[in-house]
Design a protein around this ligand. Structure first.
Ligand SMILES: C[S@@+](CC[C@H](N)C(=O)[O-])C[C@H]1O[C@@H](n2cnc3c(N)ncnc32)[C@H](O)[C@@H]1O
Length: 266
């Protein structure tokens, strides 16, 4: 399958999972209306006061928009969310209307993000389960670079690729028999949160087709450097953004990295 077809097949599956986001819409809108901010503490610390420098923030793979709207809460004057799933964007749009946010929402494959947005972002933001759905990491990094203004910043908070190698059922860190290779080339559905969505009625009759790619830290950083960005900050954290290892005690989990941040500049 070519890249467009792989992304289209992922779109079909993510559109089904939008049901979960629809069910959470009211609660998240209420959370935002009460001044809530869904960005993790390390994100809030590193992004700091966006009001001081960020007019437009573009969120790539925005899903239901709660993090996008939290960038507005963090001080961005306006936000743009881009996602391939029309149903996800419908949820995000409704959420934005409820909280009366200065927001635009775009249905698009990230690799085809409309050129009208080129050079318009002070901040491009993404993460929390985003980049492994990109089948061409250099094409993705080129999109990040073209959306940014000169001097604009790129921020990523993402699951650590080392997490892919571990067996998610085990009670200690053991290599997954299929995915236990950090430098694996093959596509998989490894980061598809299957148990989370499987009980949904819409999925009962459909076998979801998703294809994800485990990009190494080197591949991610080098793609962005190759697109002309400069590295300002890189850090790793013992906390996951999503706990995949429920049978492993927290103190054991914390011996390894489970998430990371990248802050770069055009
Ligand atoms: C795990 S979610 C990202 C989580 C998100 N950060 C949040 O705030 O909930 C992955 C998202 O990526 C989107 N996606 C997957 N492939 C995409 C593509 N090629 N272009 C645009 N969006 C894509 C999906 O529709 C889904 O909304």
């Amino acid at each position: 399958m070519d890249i467009t077809s792989l992304h289209e097949s992922n779109k079909f599956t993510w559109d089904l999972t939008a049901l979960k986001y629809e069910q959470e819409l009211e609660g998240e809108a209420e959370f935002l209306r009460n001044g809530g901010n869904s960005l993790k503490s390390c994100e809030q610390r590193l992004l700091h006061d966006l009001g001081a420098w960020c007019h437009r923030a573009i969120h790539l793979q925005c899903a239901g928009g709660v993090d996008t709207l939290s960038l507005w809460r963090q001080g961005a004057k306006e936000v743009v969310g881009v996602d391939i799933s029309p149903r996800m964007i419908a949820v995000a749009k409704r959420k934005g209307e409820i909280v009366e946010a200065p927001a635009q929402w775009v249905v698009s494959d990230i690799l085809n993000t409309p050129s009208e947005l080129d050079g318009s972002a002070d901040l491009v933001y993404t993460g929390c389960g985003a980049i492994y759905w990109m089948m061409d990491i250099q094409a993705w990094a080129n999109v990040v670079a073209r959306l940014l203004k000169p001097g604009g910043r790129f921020f990523l908070y993402e699951g650590h690729p080392l997490d892919w190698v571990w067996d998610t059922e085990s009670e200690t860190f053991q290599f997954d028999s299929e995915h236990g290779y950090y430098f694996a080339e093959k596509l998989s559905d490894k980061c598809w949160p299957r148990p989370y969505f499987e009980s949904e009625e819409t999925l009962a009759e459909v076998e979801p087709q998703v294809r994800a790619k485990q990009w190494t830290l080197g591949e991610v950083i080098n793609s962005l450097l190759g697109a002309g960005l400069r590295l300002r900050h890189f850090d790793e954290y013992p906390e996951p953004f999503w706990n995949q290892f429920e049978n492993i005690p927290t103190e054991t989990q914390r011996r390894l990295p489970h998430s990371y941040t990248l802050y770069m500049e055009k």
